[in-house]
Design a protein around this ligand. Structure first.
Ligand code: HEM
Ligand SMILES: *[C@@H]1O[C@H](CO)[C@@H](O)[C@H](O)[C@H]1NC(C)=O
Ligand SMILES: *[C@@H]1O[C@H](CO)[C@@H](O)[C@H](O)[C@H]1NC(C)=O
Ligand SMILES: *[C@@H]1O[C@H](CO)[C@@H](O)[C@H](O)[C@H]1NC(C)=O
Ligand SMILES: *[C@@H]1O[C@H](CO)[C@@H](O)[C@H](O)[C@H]1NC(C)=O
Ligand SMILES: *[C@@H]1O[C@H](CO)[C@@H](O)[C@H](O)[C@H]1NC(C)=O
Length: 327
């Protein structure tokens, strides 16, 4: 009887410790993290993003992609913002960086934040806020961004290559890449909806037009009309041209991307391949006509992405300049 009771007590202590541990691991970031330490933090970032996107709507896409590349490589620690040094080639100078943009928006926000509250707001958090604010400027839904990330001091080109799936990835490789990062296939589909804004270089998909394996020259999963259109925008060898990823509404955060996929007009193999699996295809078709569900799933997946490998507490540092580690 006594043994039994002690067993139960130990059991309860274990469960309690487990929940505390779980709660701590979840609570390392918090919404409103800067409310007392730098109350204007999120306002300043929003102002800078709004100004930038008004000047050039493409910055909304640029900032969103920067946050994704930051989080998938070494966690959301601002590593994508670091410049290369004579001794080190940084993530931003790796092949998957093609057309990363928005660095100057982060620099402007950081400069104002250092004036308002020196050494308080991390570059990684600025990026997380800016990605959200860009989505809102592009007509998407807002969501609260848990904060409290600190900045890392390492950024290497090789790590970008190893951690970001290529645009040639098919469904199995995509699902595996996202599973390796702790995401479900369903979260992967939601996050892919980010391609409803922004542009791509021809080089990221031209193999689908001109060189799709030994027998076919054109990717049979792409609508032939879209193939012809893209061939005009991307003559063979014209790797530097840019095309919108969701041509009917390239600067609006909507469900256009999913409608494109339903029409076989996804730009990358990694986009169109979402139609090749029953369950991802079903989700694409559902999102195509349900923006509320897409926005809600996307916001949740973005918040989850924002927790990837974060440095908190006494780890890392608060960079003074987002491009260089503190000296
Ligand atoms: C699923 C795997 C993914 C692959 C293979 C992929 C690949 C790419 C490629 C190749 C480009 C164009 C680069 C260029 O040629 O200029 C691009 C652009 C972009 N990607 Fe992704 N991406 C993926 C997932 C994501 C996710 C999860 C997000 C955000 C949550 C995202 C956001 C963006 C945005 C916004 C752009 C446009 C950037 C701009 O216009 O400046 N991507 N992506
Ligand atoms: C590069 O590495 C060399 C040798 O390790 C070192 O002397 C130099 O200070 C480094 N330069 C930078 C900019 O870190
Ligand atoms: C991306 O990396 C390439 C080298 O792979 C470099 O030439 C280019 O300047 C980089 N682009 C940006 C925007 O940093
Ligand atoms: C980077 O941070 C780690 C852990 O905080 C530290 O041990 C290391 O010395 C730092 N490296 C540089 C170059 O600052
Ligand atoms: C679709 O994806 C699910 C989950 O990864 C997998 O179990 C299923 O076999 C896939 N179906 C096809 C047809 O590839
Ligand atoms: C979305 O709804 C419209 C109008 O009801 C319909 O024509 C279209 O086929 C639907 N698309 C999908 C993918 O279900």
């Amino acid at each position: 009887m006594a043994m039994q009771r002690r067993g139960n007590a130990i059991h309860v202590v274990f469960i309690y410790a487990f929940w505390i541990a779980l709660w701590r691991s979840k609570a390392q970031l918090q919404v409103g993290f800067y409310d007392t330490s730098c109350p204007a933090a999120e306002i300043i970032v929003r102002q800078e993003v709004t100004k930038a996107v008004n000047d050039n709507p493409g910055f909304a896409a640029g900032l969103l992609r920067l946050h994704f590349h930051d989080c998938f490589v070494r966690g959301c620690d601002g590593s994508v913002l670091l410049d290369s040094t004579p001794n080190n080639t940084a993530e931003k100078d790796s092949p998957p960086n093609t057309s990363l943009r928005g660095f100057e928006v982060i620099d402007n926000a950081k400069a104002r934040l250092e004036e308002a509250c020196f050494g308080v707001v991390s570059c990684a958090d600025i990026l997380a806020f800016a990605a959200r604010d860009g989505i809102v400027q592009a007509g998407g839904q807002s969501y609260p961004v848990p904060a409290g990330r600190r900045d890392g001091n390492v950024s290497t080109s090789q790590e970008a290559l190893g951690n970001l799936p290529p645009p040639s990835a098919k469904i199995d490789q995509m699902s595996q890449a996202f599973a390796n990062k702790g995401f479900t296939q369903s979260e992967m589909v939601a996050l892919s909806g980010a391609h409803t804004i922004g542009v791509s270089h021809c080089s990221s998909f031209s193999s689908r037009l001109y060189n799709n394996g030994p027998t076919a020259t054109q990717d049979p999963t792409m609508d032939p009309g879209y193939v012809s259109q893209l061939m005009q925008q991307c003559p063979q060898g014209s790797t530097n041209n840019l095309v919108p990823m969701d041509p009917s509404s390239p600067n609006t955060f909507d469900t256009g991307y999913f409608n494109d996929l339903v029409d076989n007009r996804g730009l990358f193999t990694s986009d169109q391949t979402l139609m090749s699996n029953e369950s991802t295809a079903g989700q694409v078709i559902m999102y195509a006509n349900n923006s509320d569900v897409f926005f809600s799933d996307f916001s949740n997946a973005m918040v989850k992405m924002g927790y990837m490998g974060v440095l908190t507490g006494s780890l890392g540092e608060i960079r003074t300049n987002c491009r260089v580690i503190n000296g």
